[in-house]
Design a protein around this ligand. Sequence first.
Ligand SMILES: [Fe+2]
Length: 402
Amino acid sequence: MGDPIHRQLRKAFGADVRSEAPLADSGAGIRISGIDLSQPLQTEQVNALFDALAQYRIMTLAGQDLDAFSAAHFERFANHWGAPLPHPSNFRRLGNTRYYEPELLPLEARPSTRVNAAFPDTLRCLPGADSPAVFVVTNVRDLRDEERQAGPKLVPSTTWHTDIEHHAIPLHVSMFLVHRAPVARDAPGGTWVPEWVPGPDDPQTDRYFEDSDPELLRLRRALPLNGETAYADTAAAFAALPAAEQARLSRIQVRRHSYNRNDQADFSPLVRTNPRSGIKSLHSPLWCPRPPTQIPIEIDGMSAQASRALLEEVEAHVLQPEFRYDHAHTPGDVTLWDLFMTIHVSPPMKENIQSLDDARLFYRISCKGEPALTLPRQDSSEWIGEHIFLEYTTPEEVIQAC
Ligand SMILES: [Fe+2]
């Protein structure tokens, strides 16, 4: 407990607070227990948590009592970190594309309703999970007859990414509240899911462009098999670079397009400096986070081909094992990660599940804008109108919860 962050936490929350850090060999990760987030936080406590995340990039506040803690408490807590951004999974899709209309799905079509229909006698989403700000991250849903008959199937991971980095103000923190994590370990090798090796006819191979360097493809696909979230620490990766390379990357501005080709693209720096800790990191140093549908980013002053070559070189550096960390989830965990100092990927997953032992049910909230020591937040209506889908703000009754 000699670390200044540990001392600050004990001063703010009392001597019963315990913390363990770092969790990763890279220096990332802190796990804190003894903090009850169903209670409002004092200014000094919020400050201590801001400093802990600024230092450690990934932070778990373990042991929330899920009989008392709700997704509404979670959303109130999220308001300290930034304005919660409603998640597109709660919106209507435009036709068959991945573009979204900023219009909320009716409650019966929201992900939380589908979760509640899957195991109606034994599993319900926590109160508040149907908020537009809550992204229900899960493999739990009601199944059609043919899906039930076909049985569970393995779904490969998403690709390495940072959450919504292409807005004028990118998201800077995301957080999970863990309700259920899979406990089944019935795959060969004693893991939840078996290792996935893409075959030549596998439709999922298009998630990465196959003409990338084979070693880079191998690093991208080396993922955990028990439902952990995989992170790469872009702060440690930046710190490990030679000074000349750090200086070169620090001069780079990237143009990030949204999914919609007609939208204005914004320039943003590749290297960010955390305003609290002063730690420098690479913000989403990825040529194309979600190929092939998302438009690749470009480096100011470089061709598309040169942009790709440079960024895939940086990605191969960031994905080295010494910067990687697979985070295991436990029910009752609230886990935050700084989106400027990490990249992440969801793991291979079992879907069409019919046993609660396979259930992975998290609630995610992501935030943008300035942190707030006190609530309610004081964002202007103009700022909300410009930067937050649906002009959403957390309702007063949620901020006042309990
Ligand atoms: Fe993500």
